[in-house]
Design a protein around this ligand. Sequence first.
Ligand code: FAD
Ligand code: EPU
Length: 336
Amino acid sequence: MIQRNYSLRPFNTFGIDVPAAAFASFASLEELQAVLAENAGQLPLLILGGGSNILLTKPVQALALKNELKGIAVVAETDDTIDVRAGAGEEWHGFVSYCVQQGWGGVENLSLIPGSVGASPMQNIGAYGVEIKDCFVSLEAYHIADGRVDTFNAADCAFGYRESVFKRQYKDQYIILSVTYRLQKNPVFNTAYGAIRDELQAMGVTELSVKAISEAVIRIRQSKLPDPKTLGNAGSFFKNPVVSKSVYEKLAASHPDTPHYPQADGTEKLAAGWLIEHAGWKGKQVGNCGVHTRQALVLVNYGGATGKEIYDLSQAVLDDVFEKFGVQLEREVNIL
Ligand code: FAD
Ligand code: EPU
């Protein structure tokens, strides 16, 4: 059932209070089709998962559709692998916990990322050396204009760093219904990210396990990232910029300590958090919002900030980093 003029405050982790022209939730394909029939193409759609990667800068002139498609099921199995399909409305961390509890490896480095399973392929979520593309099998998505369900494999999704076709050529065309991931029964652990090794050591772990890595990742995240339940935020507001070797070398000449991660194609990934911190923004408060004290990539709402205030702060940070380092940052969060 569609409701009109509905506050989206509980549906975005920045806690921005703007109304949507209309709101409905759906827990099955049939319910989705019924809502779309009721809307009859009158309003454009905004698909909502956990609202942890959006910034609402103005009233939403759309039908906001909260995805409540649930269910986790094993759909295939070999001696070594398990394919698990999860409804798009399942919480991502709930899905990870389910896999970790069974001892199935693949998503433990992605523990505690907020949001829904359905949004996980949108930007190919990643953390601590792993991205979902590494264990993605396929997804099912509803084509809004044609009313058919299409299946996408990994190649179809064209995953990149915080990228997929759903942010590019298929933007706003599909509603992701379910995602299938392949987990390993005898996992190869990924502890390449230095912070994980340090944390495992601090925990006194001598034998690696899916559970220990998940626990280490949870501890690191809790120490650095603000919990949206107590401080509004959407995780990293900017992407880490990928620049040519010559741009990096120019920067390194004046700032030899800037962190950099050589990429397979010869480019260099820089740490946006470092650039923002060294431009002097870390911990800075501007009105009701600011740059987080422990992670400069994260913008926070101290209470009552508008989306426009946060957007303006992000622009000031972008401009200043460009002026000081000649590096153009790009926003990761979806601006609406
Ligand atoms: P939403 O914010 O609801 O939606 C994001 C976008 O996807 C919107 O454009 C929306 O319309 C679209 N969308 C959502 N669901 C569907 C669907 N079913 N079909 C079609 N379109 C859909 N991200 C990382 O990659 N790595 C991290 O380590 C990380 N850490 C974070 C830490 C914190 C504290 C926070 C708040 C966020 C973090 N994020 C991280 C960002 C965020 O958690 C992810 O991007 C997550 O996948 C967003 O899920 P969501 O359900 O909240 O998406
Ligand atoms: N750094 C600083 N100052 C800061 C923050 C970071 O100097 O305030 C430096 C660190 O010292 C380190 C480097 O930047 O040398 C990288 O920092 P960190 O390991 O904290 O990771 P990040 O690059 O800031 C990325 C992702 C996170 C993800 C972590 C862990 C992006 C945009 N962000 O952050 O993803 O959880 O790595 O893998 O790629 C998200 O996308 O929302 C998100 C939180």
